[in-house]
Design a protein around this ligand. Structure first.
Ligand code: ZN
Length: 280
């Protein structure tokens, strides 16, 4: 992806200089209440990989590599703002209100609960913010086999996809139903939420290509590969387990890569109706 020297987003909240001690933000009893109400991390669930290991603590100095990753994230975030402003206008006749992206290092707090390296990036509807530790990009490349800058862009676009769902009222409705469902049913709804976010990230890639010409040869393959590598079946298999479909919360590798591709091929929000289809 061509990103150097391009516009960065104003909607970055950088908590990295606090060394992971930004606990005051969203903490306290209000935060605890929000955990019960909101309840769901909409992130990449790394727990299958981290079970039985010490969760990584991270923190420490902000390195030159961290700075470069942060700039990449900021350009990608700016791209999502431009694309979703256009798509909301053209396809919905609506105005897109952008999300804030929190950069943290090690640990931080959100109204959805505490965040750490084990959490992976996630979107919290409670404050409409994406939480991202750029160390996750290293985890993706070294431990998850998801290489390339566009794999990272896909992750940012996926999390912003959750914000788009929130803006459209989809997230609150789905989470309301999840709150009244059995664990298995709640997981099944989660899969539909996640596959839709993958589809929305595909829409973003399509429009980013058209609007900025920033997509390079191999980029799409990097995103599709990333979607495959973080499929529930692949994550569980790589953790030495037999994949257990009723525990899936994000969808299989095949589903995730296919829904990304669906969004990319159509560029249309209405092609991402994962709640209204029999064929996930
Ligand atoms: Zn997600």
């Amino acid at each position: 992806m061509q990103w150097r020297g391009r516009r960065t987003s104003r909607n970055i909240e950088d908590r990295r200089s606090s060394g992971g001690r930004g606990i005051a933000v969203g903490g306290g009893s209000v935060g605890i209440l929000a955990i019960v109400v909101v309840g769901y991390f909409l992130g990449v669930d790394l727990t299958p990989l981290l079970d039985g290991q010490q969760s990584q603590q991270g923190g420490g100095e902000v390195t030159a590599a961290d700075q470069e990753a942060a700039e990449f994230v900021s350009v990608t975030l700016a791209d999502t703002e431009d694309v979703w402003t256009t798509v909301f206008q053209e396809q919905l006749g609506a105005t897109y209100a952008p999300a804030t992206l929190v950069l943290y290092k090690g640990v931080t707090q959100s109204p959805c609960g505490g965040a750490s390296g084990a959490t992976g990036p996630f979107y919290c509807p409670g404050d409409q913010k994406v939480y991202l530790d750029t160390a996750f990009f290293v985890t993706m490349e070294q431990e998850l086999g998801a290489r390339g800058d566009f794999a990272s862009a896909y992750v940012v676009a996926h999390e912003i996809g959750h914000h788009v769902q929130d803006e459209l009222g989809i997230l609150s409705r789905a989470n309301e139903v999840r709150g009244q469902s059995s664990t298995a049913d709640s997981n099944a709804i989660s899969v539909r939420i996640e596959l839709q976010a993958d589809c929305l990230s595909g829409i973003w890639a399509r429009h980013a290509e058209a609007q900025f010409g920033s997509i390079e040869p191999g980029d799409l393959e990097e995103a599709v590969n990333a979607a495959r590598q973080i499929g529930d079946d692949t994550l569980q298999r790589n953790a030495g387990r037999v994949p257990s479909p009723h525990t899936f919360t994000h969808g299989t590798s095949e589903q995730r890569s296919r829904w990304f591709q669906t969004g990319y091929d159509s560029g249309q929000i209405n092609s991402c109706d994962t709640f209204g289809t029999d064929r996930l």
